[in-house]
Design a protein. Sequence first.
Length: 142
Amino acid sequence: MIKPDGVQRGLVGEIISRFEKKGFTLIGLKLYTCSSELAKEHYKDLSSKPFFPKLVEYITSGPVVCLALKGPGVVASARKLIGATNPLQAEPGTIRGDLGIETGRNVVHGSDSPENGEREIALWFKEDEVCEWEPSMMPWLR
Ligand code: RTP
């Protein structure tokens, strides 16, 4: 997910491009303003954290871009491309390391396990918004 600050700062193309260039296949893409119910459900594991209300406020503060990506090891690899939660500690070359400075506005979210990836795709996308496709012209591409 490209969070509201990423959208507001005009970083959508740059961020999508990093995942495409890595070689992952985009199977879902949409701009969406979420309700606080959806934000709370998405981050339910963090509901006891002191920053939870601010996090919900942040995620609902403007449209986000939802991405569903497919490919080998995509979850772990996307987490590496995204970088550490605190952008000041994220390595240069990562999305947060290159494009952010605040934990509270850290530009992107990535699922932390394949199971959560499935859960989050089901939460953010309707069934017909996910397009399973194969790049048939180039079978070596996934
Ligand atoms: P995400 O779920 O957004 O990909 O982030 P993450 O795994 O790197 O970090 P996580 O611990 O799951 O936290 C989720 C999001 O909550 C915000 N946060 N604020 N101390 C704070 O103020 C604080 N800590 C975390 C960040 O937006 C973080 O990405």
